[in-house]
Design a protein around this ligand. Structure first.
Ligand code: ZN
Length: 84
């Protein structure tokens, strides 16, 4: 039986012991931790377990601007020009 790893996208061979299994499984290709669920030799669910927290790093790397304030300033600049 094979599962398609959601992390690396490759087909990973499963041992016969996993024909009826629910729990963690480590991808032998990319070493990603997966949560799999199999029943009677068929795959019911494959999910990747995210250990790395990406949200915190994204917040730091991405500067947060205020789009409303920016739009208001542009509108005010163009408005003052037209009146003069
Ligand atoms: Zn993988």
């Amino acid at each position: 039986m094979r599962i398609n790893c959601p992390s690396c996208g490759r087909n990973v061979d499963l041992d016969d012991a996993y024909d009826h299994y629910e729990g963690p499984f480590k991808c032998c290709v990319c070493k990603a931790m997966l949560e799999i669920h199999t029943e009677e030799g068929s795959i019911k669910a494959v999910e990747q377990v995210n250990i790395v927290r990406r949200a915190s790093t994204e917040q730091v790397s991405e500067p947060v601007l205020n789009p409303r304030k920016d739009a208001a300033q542009r509108a005010g600049a163009s408005g003052s020009r037209s009146t003069e």
